[in-house]
Design a protein around this ligand. Sequence first.
Ligand SMILES: Cc1cc2nc3c(=O)[nH]c(=O)nc-3n(C[C@H](O)[C@H](O)[C@H](O)COP(=O)(O)O)c2cc1C
Length: 214
Amino acid sequence: MKKEFRICPNFMKDRNLYGFDWLEHVTAIPSPLVLVTCYKGNGKTNAIMQSWLSFSNDNGFYCIFSSVNKYSHMYSAVKANKQLVINFPDASIYKKCLSTVDHNRYDDDEIQLADLTVKKASVVNAPMVEECFLNLECEYRWEKELYPGSNHVVMCVKVCNVWMDENHYQENLQGRYGETGYLYNIHSPLNPESGEEEETCLGIIKNFRSYKEL
Ligand SMILES: Cc1cc2nc3c(=O)[nH]c(=O)nc-3n(C[C@H](O)[C@H](O)[C@H](O)COP(=O)(O)O)c2cc1C
């Protein structure tokens, strides 16, 4: 039976959701995991894990970050120089990418501290992560506060150059999906009746059926 969820249950009101809404956990919709890199004002590399994003096409290929924290180094660095790279890790290097969350002081060279390799992007002035199988070189286009006064902005960037590992774009080799491909964030799914919450975990995606076979 389908049930309706509109009012936050009392047991959720006492939990620290770190700024997330309880409906985030009721729905637990998976979203792609990326590491966004750019240069800070001091020339050091900045790396930020992002998982609230999607893509759009119209006269170009665009990424829409749906929740960029205004107090992140990424936000101030991208506002200042308007250039960034979206790097897609596979599971083999995910732990290293995640470690950037613990090395995010302004003076940190965050890619180096994560034991990852910097490659200079060719079109934009931003560092890329060599170990990631896909890198999207991007230029900032616009942003909008989620609501007036929000700590988060929706930010649109235009993809202007793409690097992709050949083993990943050949589906008969490693391919883009499965255990060696794109990663998804499965953010602590919640049973809204019992209050039971699963741990956040790493998701993968696989081909199920072609549209012809539906
Ligand atoms: C899995 C995961 C996903 C995240 N997604 C986002 C996101 O979409 N937007 C955001 O602003 N922060 C996100 N964060 C938090 C930032 O990665 C974290 O605050 C980071 O250290 C900020 O880096 P910076 O201040 O050096 O730019 C995420 C963190 C993790 C672990």
